[in-house]
Design a protein around this ligand. Structure first.
Ligand SMILES: Nc1ncnc2c1ncn2[C@@H]1O[C@H](COP(=O)(O)OP(=O)(O)O)[C@@H](O)[C@H]1O
Ligand SMILES: [Mg+2]
Length: 196
């Protein structure tokens, strides 16, 4: 688990979007394992991201026209005509785990904290090997923030790559390294003592 910190406007969101292949880079190389993301075209990057990345956007990017459950199940509907029942069950389990009520309700009535947790459930639905999260606990109360920090720690320990932009000390404390951004540049890479 890697935490990305730095003042507002320092390029944290841009870095996450570049890592995910949402924006292309003008210099340098982005590689996950054998896959050089920065050499793929946009269609290939979209396909790679869909298969490999769970994204939690700073502004959540929920679909207002869809209900809560449909937002969470959305990643499964891109590749499958009919969503398998085990994925539907997983969507419900994730919503329960992150304590989002009224799963058949509209997302428009949800608080920011609830929206953040719907976004988290959606990001984890397909059990992606890479989780990219942009300030994932920013709208959460301490209890829910801790729950998500523990979940990210568990995912990282199970072998997932977790990269999160965060101002949240409790979340950053779980990271094995902390990257500091300033003015669009990475200025510091600090190995971080892992909480045991
Ligand atoms: N390395 C970079 N190259 C070009 N533009 C950048 C770079 N880093 C940040 N920016 C620009 O700076 C602005 C703020 O970046 P952003 O990623 O939103 O910062 P943060 O998430 O840290 O608040 C955006 O307009 C972004 O396009
Ligand atoms: Mg940002």
């Amino acid at each position: 688990m890697v935490a990305v910190v730095g003042p507002s406007g320092s390029g944290k969101t841009t870095l996450i979007h570049a890592l995910a292949g949402i924006v292309s880079v003008s210099a340098g190389e982005i590689r996950f394992g054998e896959t050089v993301i920065s050499r793929l075209n946009e269609t290939q990057r979209d396909a790679w991201r869909h298969a490999a990345c769970g994204m939690i956007f700073q502004d959540f990017r929920l679909i207002e026209e869809l209900d809560i459950f449909s937002n969470v199940i959305l990643p499964a509907t891109f590749s499958k005509v009919r969503v398998p029942s085990d994925l539907k069950r997983r969507a419900l389990e994730l919503l329960e785990k992150f304590q989002v009520p009224h799963r058949s309700g509209s997302v428009s009535g949800l608080s920011r904290g609830q929206r953040q947790r719907v976004a988290l459930a959606r990001a984890l639905l397909m059990d992606p090997p890479i989780i990219l999260a942009d300030e994932p606990t920013a709208s959460l109360d301490p209890e829910n923030g801790d729950r998500i920090a523990h979940e990210f720690d568990r995912l990282a320990r199970s072998g997932k790559v977790v990269i999160c932009v965060t101002h949240d000390e409790r979340l950053a404390a779980y990271a094995s390294s902390v990257l500091t951004m300033h003015d669009g540049r990475l200025i510091d890479v600090n190995p971080h003592r892992k909480v045991s």
